[in-house]
Design a binder for this molecule. Structure first.
Ligand code: SF4
Length: 367
């Protein structure tokens, strides 16, 4: 892992982005923002999963007005995502948005940008300049050789041009994203951008796909960038419920030993030695772990021959035998249970361990 790149610090509500602040995890709701009740319910789910900042689409003035009620009902900072209409940006900030995401270049001119910047200054709200491979200006595409397969330079040039539009109005509470759907372009664009600016960077691969493709693409791109010390906040974009994005984000940060939240599941792929229904067991345990906060290592292994040994660093684990399960703690056998009782006994002990940790007042989240 390389040393983290030095960036300026901005604040999205109570969350600091950049400098040596924790890498913040973001997601975006997929409800109609005007439907306040459903949007709040979804954001509560994101909060429970550890999401640090949430973004909502603001498509009209009714959605901008809904921000006030949504903001009052949630605990994490809220960012308004706006395209084209500067009035929506101003209204969102007046209604309490903690941040906005815009491309100043598509607001319709310097005067309209000035109005947005004035409102941002007045409300102490930062702006993300969010450039996507699909939104690069035509002149920059032409200048940098479109239709070339590599839009790196056009993406970076577009981001910096949009940043300058804000700087011209004396504004610098900025973070930047240059998301491409292509993994290699995403990596090269962020690398290049990080050499040209010290504004904090919001990482992401746009339109990454469903759970498997999206997780792989995002993990490759963001994993490489984070390991090079690039990136201050991130969103994993998936064609799934937003809470899945947050889970994938924390697994990625955990794998890189950047940030840890909740328990870690270690499970074997099974092999010819497995004598219990391990897939079903692992699935149930994984579902239960999503309700826990303690940073425990939990193992679900197919056999007693190698299971406890392979998972000896686990706080608690289960290894399948012939019609039985052996529950072990830190590599030592704790209890032998019939297969039909294995799941309830194991989950009850997980619950005990969670409560013990809470009782001891141990920090549930390790940064
Ligand atoms: S833990 Fe046992 S069942 Fe699982 S893969 Fe290893 S040897 Fe096979």
């Amino acid at each position: 892992m390389s040393k983290r790149r030095a960036t300026r610090v901005i604040h999205v509500g109570k969350v600091a982005i950049g400098g040596d602040s924790p890498i913040a995890v973001q997601s975006m709701t997929n409800t109609d923002t005007r439907d306040i009740e459903r949007t709040v319910v979804q954001i509560k789910g994101l909060e429970a999963a550890g999401c640090d900042i949430v973004r909502v689409a603001v498509i009209d003035l009714e959605a901008a007005a809904a921000i006030a009620a949504i903001r009052a009902a949630i605990a994490i900072p809220l960012i308004a995502d706006i395209h084209f209409d500067h009035r929506l940006a101003v209204a969102a900030m007046e209604n309490g948005a903690d941040g906005i995401r815009i491309n100043p270049g598509n607001l319709g001119g310097a005067e309209k940008t000035a109005r947005v910047v004035d409102a941002a200054k007045r409300h102490g709200v930062p702006i993300r300049v969010g450039v996507n491979s699909g939104s690069i200006e035509k002149d920059l595409l032409a200048l940098h050789g479109y239709p070339s397969a590599d839009n790196t330079e056009a993406l970076v040039a577009s981001a910096l041009r949009n940043v300058q539009l804000l700087e011209r109005h004396g504004f610098d509470a900025i973070k930047i994203s240059v998301k491409a759907a292509d993994v290699l372009t995403t990596i090269s664009a962020y690398r290049r951008l990080s050499q040209r600016t010290d504004y904090p960077l919001h990482l992401g691969v746009t339109e990454a796909g469903g759970l498997i493709a999206g997780t792989v693409k995002s993990s490759v791109a963001l994993g490489i960038l984070l390991s090079e010390g690039i990136g201050d906040t991130l969103r994993i974009s998936l064609t799934r419920e937003p809470v899945e994005e947050v889970r994938v984000a924390f697994e990625l940060l955990r794998a890189l030993k950047i940030r840890e939240r909740g328990p870690e599941l270690i499970s074997c792929p099974t092999c010819g030695r497995t004598r219990i229904n391990l897939f079903a067991l692992a699935e149930e345990v994984e579902r239960f772990l999503q309700t826990m906060e303690s940073p425990l290592k939990v193992a679900v292994m197919g056999c007693v021959v190698n299971g406890p040994g392979e998972a000896k660093h686990a706080d608690i684990g289960v290894a399948g035998g012939n019609g039985v399960g052996i529950i072990f703690k830190r590599g030592e056998i704790w209890k032998k249970v019939n297969e039909d009782e294995l799941l309830p006994v194991f989950l009850a002990e997980l619950q005990n361990m969670e409560e013990e940790r809470r009782g001891q007042g141990k920090s549930a989240t390790k940064e």
